[in-house]
Design a protein around this ligand. Structure first.
Ligand code: SF4
Ligand code: SF4
Length: 101
């Protein structure tokens, strides 16, 4: 059986993305001094967090978020709502809709 890429798997899921209001906010520059060993990168099943070595900052895109909450658990700043960091579910009607349960 062929292993599907994350993008192919995400394509089987439906999103109503609120492009203008990110439900998860991080401070890409402040992530340089991450107290959580950048655990967001390895814990996000949708690969929304990518450390940009050249730019020396985090790249994050809320579009395609599966709302699993992993990043909130592993990131001390998201969990505690530190300045520049917040985690919320998308506004009503937005976000992911799982097609297969
Ligand atoms: S775990 Fe939190 S503070 Fe650390 S890099 Fe990820 S988003 Fe930034
Ligand atoms: S809630 Fe889950 S899918 Fe969304 S960004 Fe966080 S870890 Fe990734």
């Amino acid at each position: 059986m062929t292993r599907k890429s994350v993008d192919e798997l995400l394509a089987t899921t439906r999103f109503e993305t609120d492009e203008h209001n990110a439900h998860i906010v991080i401070d890409p520059q402040a992530c340089r001094t991450c107290p959580s060993d950048r655990a967001c990168v390895t814990s996000c099943p949708a690969q929304r967090y990518v450390w940009d070595e050249a730019a020396d900052q985090m790249r994050f895109d809320h579009v395609g978020c599966l709302e699993c909450g992993n990043c909130r658990l592993v990131c001390e700043r998201l969990r505690l709502g530190a300045e520049g960091y917040s985690w919320n579910y998308p506004a009503t009607g937005a976000g992911v809709s799982y097609r297969q349960g």
